[in-house]
Design a protein around this ligand. Structure first.
Ligand code: MG
Length: 235
């Protein structure tokens, strides 16, 4: 049986699937340093970037354990400043500057817009993301695909997070299709692939770095290293 015969809807994760978050972070920090030399003084751009990524990775663990978005962001800013040897009292300023910068940053994953546009001609489209509304909508707008999605489910709005199967089932319901009629594309094995399979969807692992699978119980139905491969699988 052809695995994709039943597919009526294609759903995506956002960060590092459609939106290149690392590149965005780099651009945002560069802008912050240019605008506020008094804050970052002579610290090299690369050190600023590394400190932020390290803090970001650290708090992701807390977020995945269920800590609130607000708490996680504040903790990330504090950790970032501490690593750089800067006063932690700037943390609220850092957090708000970071969030405010997103509307001006466009950093799509290669071919994201073209692929989403092509798929929109044949399928209903949706997004499921474990993240915050104040930045996620701007990311989709920035890469020019916001209006192509019929359903955008953000964990912080619906109160359910990937890899819970319920968030995948809710998305299918909102798209008026069955979960088995959905094809989910995401870069995270633990949240996207595990969750999509739990929710009853076809799971396609976007794995540009060719990571090895750790959890042997879950097998993605497809694995791709570029987004354009979706066109040959689905069209
Ligand atoms: Mg992701």
């Amino acid at each position: 049986m052809n695995l994709i015969n039943d597919i009526k809807a294609v759903l995506f994760d956002i960060d590092d699937t459609l939106f290149d978050r690392k590149t965005a972070i780099r651009k945002i920090l560069r802008g912050m340093k240019q605008k506020h030399p008094e804050l970052f003084q002579e610290i090299p751009e690369e050190s600023i970037f590394e400190a932020f990524c390290e803090a970001d990775q650290m708090v992701l663990v807390d977020f995945n354990k269920g800590e609130s978005g607000r708490g996680v962001r504040d903790k990330r800013s504090r950790r970032f400043l501490k690593t750089l040897g800067l006063p932690e009292e700037f943390s609220a300023r850092i957090t708000s500057m970071y969030i405010a910068a997103y509307p001006d940053v466009s950093s799509p994953v290669k071919d994201a817009r073209e692929v989403v546009e092509r798929l929109a001609e044949k399928f209903s489209l949706g997004v499921i993301s474990n993240a915050f509304p104040d930045v996620q909508y701007n990311k989709l707008k920035g890469i020019g695909v916001r209006d192509l999605f019929q359903v955008i489910l953000l964990s912080e709005e619906v109160g359910i997070r990937k890899p819970e199967g319920a968030i995948f089932q809710k998305a299918a319901k909102l798209l008026n299709v069955q979960p088995y009629e959905c094809f989910f594309v995401g870069d995270s094995f633990d949240t996207d692939m595990v969750g999509a399979k739990k929710g009853g969807m076809k799971a396609c692992w976007f794995n540009p770095d060719r990571k090895q699978i750790i959890d042997g119980d879950v097998k993605p139905d497809f694995e791709i290293t570029t987004l354009t491969e979706l066109l040959s699988i689905l069209l």
